[in-house]
Unconditional design. Structure first.
Length: 425
């Protein structure tokens, strides 16, 4: 395996009297590592508000310049989203490339995207991020405005069209084109989703912070209850290892079936452009009957991660949905597990007993509309008995003179499908 060379960078962050500042810097450094970079130095400053021109104060910018020279790095990454003028001013002052937090996350997503839809979603987010950040030199503007005669390839536009305006038009056209392509890709996904909806199986979505263990839990459940164990999903100890939503059918020992999806992970200050672009990917969570929020319980800042998840879910319109909180990675801590309190479960994704208890909780909440019914099925309707044995939880079977009497758990469309055989007394 080829060893990846990590690019050294300097990270910078402003402490605006936030109680979560240390956590925010640590998360920024983790994002840097996820982008195949390593942190050479971190420079921070405490201010009441960012400097509108240079983010840091004048003295700190000088210190940053000296640090760039001393370390020899050519990239500096800021913990906040910077304005176009702040980026230009800092780059001019320190003679190094500046990437803000939004730009960094967009780079990570661009490197991780695999499917056509994910690639289009990331490109759309990047284009919308770049649009207000276009800038050009005065000489470029002047050259474009004066131009040459019609025969020379450019027209004289007088007050005309600057290079900046041309660049902006080009970006706008590309945005429109990508949006059209994305609509087509999303139509195909929507068709698949509607087909799944028609199956009327309960849908369960794993949501939560990136790298909390969602994919490990999904693979554990696939191994126990999946129809095809080979359909496991990628697991990697890295932020945003996967961006594409995976959906798998699970069939439990009592014949109940459900659809389980693993969604893209969240992170604090997830760029608005990405949340908007990934709404279709997150539609699996938006349409789910039950959410399982996976939390890295071993992280001292896990409560902040839960707050981030709640904010992101609210931004895509998911609120007041039944939810299990899976406090994962308990194997890294002291104390017993699995341990349940209400809809919270302390667990470890690699522990089978934890996965079984999580499954019990999912069954309890996802199948809460199931009812126990008695049916009397004539002997010539073997197709009905066959369906019930293959697709439902048959609690008892008794052969009577009139036909086969079954006591069975039914939910969804099945509750009405077998009305003709229902024993009402």
């Amino acid at each position: 395996m080829t060893e990846v060379t990590l690019t050294p960078v300097i990270t910078i962050a402003l402490d605006l009297n936030s109680p979560n500042f240390t956590y925010a810097v640590e998360e920024l450094n983790n994002l840097v590592e996820a982008n195949n970079m390593e942190v050479a130095e971190t420079l921070t400053q405490k201010l009441d508000r960012p400097d509108p021109a240079t983010y840091f104060g004048k003295g700190k910018i000088e210190e940053l310049k000296e640090l760039v020279i001393e370390t020899g790095v050519d990239t500096v990454i800021a913990n906040d989203e910077l304005s176009p003028s702040q980026i230009r001013n800092i780059e001019k002052a320190i003679d190094a490339r500046i990437i803000d937090r939004t730009g960094l996350i967009l780079e990570i997503f661009a490197n991780r995207a695999q499917s056509k839809e994910a690639k289009l979603q990331v490109e759309l987010a990047k284009l919308k991020y770049q649009l207000p950040r276009l800038h050009t030199s005065a000489s470029q503007r002047l050259d474009q405005q004066t131009g040459t005669s019609a025969g020379g390839g450019f027209t004289n536009r007088g007050a005309g069209e600057s290079q900046l305006e041309l660049n902006r038009r080009t970006l706008q056209k590309r945005i429109t084109h990508v949006q059209d392509e994305l609509k087509e890709a999303q139509k195909a996904d929507e068709t698949k989703r509607k087909q799944r909806d028609r199956s009327e199986l309960p849908t369960v979505a794993l949501v939560g912070y990136t790298n909390a263990g969602k994919s490990t839990i999904m693979n554990g459940l696939i191994k126990l209850f999946g129809e095809n164990e080979e359909k496991q999903v990628l697991v990697k100890n890295m932020l945003f290892a996967t961006l594409d939503t995976s959906v798998r059918k699970l069939t439990l020992p009592d014949q109940k079936s459900l659809l389980l999806s693993d969604t893209v992970g969240f992170v604090s200050q997830l760029p608005h452009q990405l949340v908007q672009a990934f709404k279709s990917t997150l539609a699996e969570a938006a349409n789910a009957d039950l959410l399982v929020q996976v939390v890295d319980y071993s992280d001292p800042d896990y409560k902040l991660m839960m707050e981030t998840t709640a904010k992101t879910l609210a931004e895509i319109g998911i609120e007041n949905r039944p939810m299990i909180v899976a406090l994962n990675k308990a194997d890294k801590m002291e104390g017993p597990y699995p341990s349940r309190e209400g809809n919270d479960l302390i667990m470890a994704a690699t522990d089978e007993a934890s996965l079984q208890e999580l499954t019990n909780m999912i069954v309890e909440l996802a199948f809460d509309d199931y009812e126990t019914k008695k049916l009397l099925v004539p002997f010539d309707r073997g197709d009905v008995i066959s369906y019930l044995n293959d697709n439902t939880n048959v609690l008892s079977t008794e052969y009577l003179a009139e036909g086969t009497q079954v006591t069975v758990e039914l939910g969804g469309a099945d509750l009405n499908r077998f009305d003709d055989f229902l024993i009402t007394n």
